[in-house]
Design a protein around this ligand. Sequence first.
Ligand SMILES: Nc1ncnc2c1ncn2[C@@H]1O[C@H](COP(=O)(O)OP(=O)(O)OP(=O)(O)O)[C@@H](O)[C@H]1O
Ligand SMILES: Nc1nc2c(ncn2[C@@H]2O[C@H](COP(=O)(O)O)[C@@H](O)[C@H]2O)c(=O)[nH]1
Length: 203
Amino acid sequence: MTEKGLLIVLSGPSGVGKGTVRQAIFSKGERDFIYSISATTRQRREGEVDGVDYFFKTREEFEDMIKNDQLLEYTEYVGNYYGTPVDYVQKTIDAGKDIFLEIEVQGAMQVKERMPEGTYIFLTPPNMDELEARIVNRGTDESPVIRQRMEKAIEEIELMRYYDYAVENDTVENAVSKVLAIIQSEHLKVSRLLESKLPNQGE
Ligand SMILES: Nc1ncnc2c1ncn2[C@@H]1O[C@H](COP(=O)(O)OP(=O)(O)OP(=O)(O)O)[C@@H](O)[C@H]1O
Ligand SMILES: Nc1nc2c(ncn2[C@@H]2O[C@H](COP(=O)(O)O)[C@@H](O)[C@H]2O)c(=O)[nH]1
């Protein structure tokens, strides 16, 4: 039996460092991880590339994706749609590769309903002042949007209990090693399960 890839959902409030931690994990090159590129109707930020950071869509295009069942999950977050194209996720897992979804909490809960076998990791900030400082220092959002993101963050942290793991992103290095340890242990669980299903070689 071929081992399927893991579905890894890295979630947590905006600005906590999901992207930073995920990129640091990918650049270590320890496994052949794949990133699930989301679709969004949000305006492209300076430096963002269509098809690399996001698939940038109009609202009409996004609503067509919803109608055509092309999304594993989607949500409206601070005035824009965000969603995960389903085909790519399924094909990657079937090909035996691990796929990372970097998404907010409402979407993560939808994925958990559909794919409970996934690994759900919630990244937490050391405290709320540090979270706000990270969003402000990133310099990508105006004050009203920062306020909305911080209000959302309080609601999102309430839902942390529905995740399999919580990892504090105090330093990127610490968070990366904790997430990698979780993935390694999830792989071990899958391998042991597969071994237990093989016919006994000694018989
Ligand atoms: N451990 C850390 N210590 C200090 N700063 C950090 C840490 N991790 C990330 N940052 C910084 O915090 C800011 C937000 O990080 P990042 O964009 O990765 O967050 P995110 O959770 O992916 O945000 P979003 O969900 O809005 O895309 C960035 O400027 C990043 O450099
Ligand atoms: N439910 C989903 N949330 C997503 C997806 N892609 C990104 N996100 C999350 O949205 C917020 C805002 O992102 P930003 O790029 O505007 O800062 C953040 O928490 C992202 O993780 C998705 O496909 N589905």
